[in-house]
Design a protein around this ligand. Sequence first.
Ligand code: ADP
Length: 635
Amino acid sequence: MIHTNSEEHNDSNEVEIDPVSARKKLESASSLHWFHWVIVSLSLLLTFFAWYYSKSSLDARITSQFDREADQVIELVLERMQKYEDALWGGVALIDSSKGDVDFDHWRDYADSIDIEQKYPGINGIGVVHAMSKEEVPRYLAKQRKSRPDYHIHPEHEAKDLFPIGYIIPVKGNEKAVGLDMAHETNRYTAATKSRDTGDAQITGPITLVQDSGKTPGFLFYAPFYEGGTYEDADERKNHFSGMVYAPFVVKKLMQGVLEKEKRHVGIRLIDGEEVLYDEHVDSEADFDPDPLFKRAVDMELYGRTWTFDIWSAKSFREASTDSQPFIILTGGIFIDSLLVLLFISISRASHKALGYANSMTHQLEAKAEELKTNQIHLAERAEELEQSNAELEQFAYVASHDLQEPLRKVTSFCQMLRNEYGDKLDEDGEMYIEYAVDGAIRMKSLVTDLLSYSRVKTQGKKLEITDAANACEEAIANLDSAIEETDAQVIVGSLPKVAADNPQLVSLFQNLIGNAIKYHSTERTPKVHVSMEEAANEFVFCVQDNGIGIEQRYFEKIFVIFRRLHAKNEYSGTGIGLAVCTRIVDRFGGRIWVESEAGKGSKFFFALPIFQQWSHNGVSHDEFTSNRVYAEAH
Ligand code: ADP
């Protein structure tokens, strides 16, 4: 099957681009669509969600951090108070085991054993308060003055009970406290009676300790002891009340001892009722944060008092909990979203530009296509015109050469008759003229004959069919018999295949080429002609080789043009039509013809008949082709 160029194009797998749909696609790409906005919105939403999530978890983390620290502070205070209480109850146990009282030396031993300074920072000492009625005072004073002559109870007051401090260790720094009567002042007295009646450890409300030169808030911590052990009933307790082990606290010292400031990130304010016991929420505190992140106020029932723990996050807390992650997420996300928007905008701009370009290209292409179409129409018209004029010319050449034959024949025969019958009546010039006329007529006759055979190649060619080239060549050689004999030429024919051809034309082809090979022989050697064939990829390449006069390279193309001759007619006869006829015949067979030659050495005329094309063009079946090929191979 033959594939023409256009068919090949149609068969190819190229994807055809429809300019209209391509332009529509570009148009839709050149503007921002809802899905662009959806993507941007989703991305923004995601950013805000990530930011919110990160911020919430950060908030939760720092809230729990604050709660933990606040709890820790409260627990530390409570723990420490518990420890102090234990120390007081230790003293009570000592007194109980000493039959209700201890002397100064024993008490000092106990106080030294518990190592107040190291283990109980925050208390000024640990002492014993004795309880008595006014009547018992002289006996008590006498007893105390045995070892301490200057011991006295102070200050004087109206209450009927007296709770003087017997001794307190360390002695140094607590001198003013010795002999101080706890009943002289409401805070001290109330807590003492409460402790007495409940049997529990109690603390006083805020007081100023006599031994505190700074006059800062303080309190006392009592643990009661009774004559003869412990009692369940309040009245019994009252009746058997002997005194209390006590410890004076300066709150500031207590807090500083209890809470290691550098290890925490919260500040504390301690309030008892209306009175502030301890306060870190002041500008003088280095870590104070006037605008704290967190605040918490906790009321605690503590040994008969209600203490309010007012806890604020400190500056260091703010610094430690500052985490830029949510901010980075938010700004990073917004930044990426902005980039996304810019990207979409730039894509849409690029598409816009491409659309403009595509539009102008489409217009140009449309204009070009229009132009091409017009050209094609013109070309088709011209081709038709040419075909028509060619056909007319062919017709003219045929008719002219055909119709000229008869008058020519008459001119020739009458000229010859004139020469034969009246030749002796003419002078020399007359004879010469008649000779010229005969010559001219004969030449014209051969010209007309050759022209006729040239035009017949097309007009009277027969359908191509399988033709034995060897037979055709043999017939041509037979037609050239007299020329061969005349020149004593030697013609050798190699194996030739069957081809698709028009037999008379194939004979004519061989005859022209072999005839020329003999005609243009060299005077120096006997003409030798060799006819052969070689099979190339898709064609049979025939060669007619001679050892004649040869042709200069510059004439290789010209000699195939009709009426072109390289010699005068008196040198070599001829009309200059032979090779033009050969070209036409080979053309008809779908082949090509060419020459290779060297002047003085001989020529090789080649003609190639393309096997495949030849068969297809002329309706010869593939089977025939195969059999011919087999034939060609067999030879
Ligand atoms: P003609 O032979 O009638 O002149 P052709 O068309 O056959 O016309 O040949 C054209 C010219 O080609 C010839 O005039 C001749 O010069 C040259 N020619 C053709 N065949 C040969 C050949 N075998 N050897 C040398 N010259 C040749």
